[in-house]
Design a protein around this ligand. Sequence first.
Ligand SMILES: Cc1ncc(COP(=O)(O)O)c(C=O)c1O
Length: 363
Amino acid sequence: MNRVYNFAAGPSTMPQEALEIAAREMLDFHGSGMSVMEMSHRSKLYQEIFDDTEAVLRGLMHIPDRYAVLFLQGGATGQFAAIPMNLMNGSGAADYVDSGNFAHGALVEAKKYGDARAVASSREADYAGIPALDPAAFNPDADYFYICANNTIYGTRYAAFPETGKVPLVADMSSNILSEVVDVNRFGVIYAGAQKNVGPAGLTIVIVRRDLLGHARPTTPKIFDWSIQAEKGSMLNTPPTYAIYMAGLCMKWLKAQGGVEGIERVNIEKANLLYDILDDSAFYRPRAEKASRSRMNVTFTTPSPELDAAFVKEAEAQGMVSLKGHRITGGIRASIYNAMPVEGVRKLAAFMKQFEVDHRAGV
Ligand SMILES: Cc1ncc(COP(=O)(O)O)c(C=O)c1O
């Protein structure tokens, strides 16, 4: 077997131990004589897998009982619409921080439902950082305040979350959930597509404060109505059964690494390995502003697009794949989620140094 170091932004690398357990359990899960994929979602055995997965997530993030945890489908993009449908029910207004392409997409979607506006934006600065926030500009009557906690394409992250008072803070954590300790109590809603830092694609996690339930717009499709989904235990219809099971295996692996507290230290170490090289080099240029640097997606360029392409190609030949930057930004992006081992990042760091030595003379 020849596994590569996979730096893809999502779907992305998963813990090998979790994949091995899944492989062992593929044909006969715990003596049931069937795969988890073949199980009725209404069966007792599957309900145990589901409940166990929720319990592990609650433990890892210290999610209090006053929050519902939903396992849904439709991706983070589905939630771009579900958020206004469930929450734009008072003043009909919402504040958005336009910090990247996905935040912008969420804002555009919310405008269909009400008075969503950008309270700050770094769009004109090519989303190189999280924009400065002026609390005096926040709408105190907004139904919610929306942020994207980690901007996957640009490699930026909030170093501190905004204080929004009684206005519920809603955060897209698709690319940083479970990577760092967050105080769930500070948020009205946290949501994430699972395919970056939790497990496989197909599962969308929504963590919502229960007092925000029960106010969806009447036209909300029931599949997107968080209250109905909470009432039905996320089983209004067939949930993404196998993705939930796999996410459970990945989260148990995370628990064994010391949980979110433990992995956060490793994630800082991994990110520093790469940022130190970028900072010491006149060859590479980091893309994100220093104060906004992501620990999950490290974005940079070499002196030319041709060298960027050569970097990606040579790295791939050495077993480090999917380092090409997003099509919007170009350049290089190393996504180093929880499941990327330190050794993978060390190998990339060594490659970066050698690539610079080999190509510096030509520029
Ligand atoms: C921060 C962020 N939000 C939203 C999305 C969209 O996610 P999905 O493909 O699950 O709709 C992505 C996916 O790449 C993302 O990185």
